[in-house]
Write a protein that binds this ligand. Structure first.
Ligand SMILES: Nc1ncnc2c1ncn2[C@@H]1O[C@H](COP(=O)(O)OP(=O)(O)OP(=O)(O)O)[C@@H](O)[C@H]1O
Ligand SMILES: [Mg+2]
Length: 387
């Protein structure tokens, strides 16, 4: 029996590798598209006419111009313009990075319901924040490593042994500094800690370490490792596996904000109920053992929402009546633009509008921007800024 499984696994792996090679360019070629002047002006938070004037006046970088006169900017250029604007601005800040005693925000995206939209939420949030000009670290804590794949690294081929978060939290003397496992992404301002199956080791090794009681307990290790690099980032986004194991508990203890994804259907909500009850039990034990659980905010994110579906709308209403302001006002709509982009290992922020029907694309982006800007507002509030 095991040979059958092993054989099928090997055959599938080979086929997938061939499909990937044919469909997706290697990592080195994955680059971020540039942004139209309208998109760029929106990202910076100024009028398109003003952005044009800046370029005409020779202030900041010059955009690429197509033969038909369309201007476009790279994200590096957009960041340069933000800095130029800050030099001359008295009040308003265009570079949003944290300053003074504003603490690094760590967002854990959790729920043990598989497919509830954790990775989609985490990836779009991390990229959205990087596009806004924050310094972001995305951490893949799921052995399935979908977040890693979405960022152009193939978990089984591009991520070697001891190159995941496990390396920075393991109990033995193979442990590595956190900074060793951070990889740049092709998006300026966004770094990635990739994942792969090796992360499972943490679930196996922790019981042994607990019995020996010799090292820092499991729940503090993610926080400790992330703490060593937090000076370099404004926000960290942790994509958790669909289970309440030691890694997820470590993420829950490391985070300053919790995002619980929920697809508004009865079975999913029942599963989420189990998750909440079990998580509170486990976290109670962790807290009694000295674990730190102090959140700036906890929010439910409604994912893959179909507003025209009456039972789903009812379920969202039910959640709002129970959890009130803890359910984000904006919802992530179900959209073929999001799932289609996912098929080619991209987020909707990476693919251009030209790849979809305009309505489909605009509706999806509007919904994602709504969710992400609301979360950005919570982060800014936690820093004591106006949302
Ligand atoms: N808003 C959306 N519209 C359409 N499809 C979506 C949307 N959000 C997620 N999906 C799709 O649903 C599937 C599951 O989403 P995702 O991988 O984000 O869930 P997950 O909670 O991370 O899953 P897992 O528990 O396996 O890690 C993916 O194929 C994704 O492309
Ligand atoms: Mg996932």
């Amino acid at each position: 029996m095991t040979e059958v499984i092993a054989g099928d696994g090997a055959a599938l792996s080979e086929e997938l590798q061939a499909m990937r090679a044919a469909l997706f360019p290697p990592v080195a070629q994955k680059t971020l598209r540039s942004f139209s002047s309208l998109e760029s002006a929106k990202l910076i938070g100024i009028a398109d006419a003003y952005l044009r004037q800046l370029s005409l006046n020779g202030k900041g970088p010059q955009p690429a111009v197509t033969p038909n006169g369309r201007r476009s900017y790279t994200l590096d250029q957009i960041n340069e313009i933000r800095a130029v604007l800050d030099e001359n601005s008295k009040g308003r800040r265009y570079v949003p990075r944290r300053r003074g005693d504003e603490h690094c925000q760590v967002m854990a995206v959790v729920n043990f319901k598989g497919g509830s939209g954790k990775t989609t939420t985490a990836a779009h949030l991390a990229q959205y924040l990087a596009l806004q000009g924050y310094r972001v670290l995305a951490v893949d804590l799921d052995p399935q490593a979908s977040l890693t794949a979405l960022h152009g690294y193939q978990p089984e081929y591009d991520v070697a042994a001891n190159e995941t978060m496990y390396a920075a939290i393991r109990y033995d003397d193979e442990r590595r500094p956190m900074s060793d496992v951070i990889k740049p992404s092709y998006i300026p301002g966004l770094d990635l800690v990739p994942g792969n199956l090796e992360l499972m080791e943490y679930e196996h090794e922790t019981p042994r370490a607990l019995a020996e009681r010799s090292s820092e307990p499991f729940f503090g290790r993610v926080a400790t490792a992330l703490g060593t690099v937090s000076d370099n980032y404004d926000v960290m986004v942790l994509d958790c596996p669909p289970q309440l194991g030691y890694l997820t508990l470590g993420a829950l203890c490391a985070s300053t904000g919790l995002l619980i994804t929920a697809h508004p259907q009865m079975l999913d909500i029942m599963s989420m109920c189990q998750f909440l009850l079990m998580a509170s039990d486990l976290l109670g034990v962790v807290q009694d053992s000295g674990g730190d659980l102090d959140y700036d905010f906890i929010r439910y994110v409604v994912t893959r929402f179909e507003p025209q579906d009456a039972p789903q709308t009812q379920m969202v209403g039910f959640m709002r009546s129970l959890f009130r302001e803890r359910v984000l006002t904006n919802t992530m709509l179900k959209s073929t633009a999001i799932s289609d982009a996912g098929l080619s290992k991209q987020t909707l922020y990476e693919v251009g509008r030209e790849n979809f029907s305009k309505n489909t694309y605009d509706r999806a982006v509007e919904s994602l921007d709504g969710v992400n800007s609301e979360i950005e507002g919570l982060i800014r509030q936690a820093w004591g800024r106006a949302a």
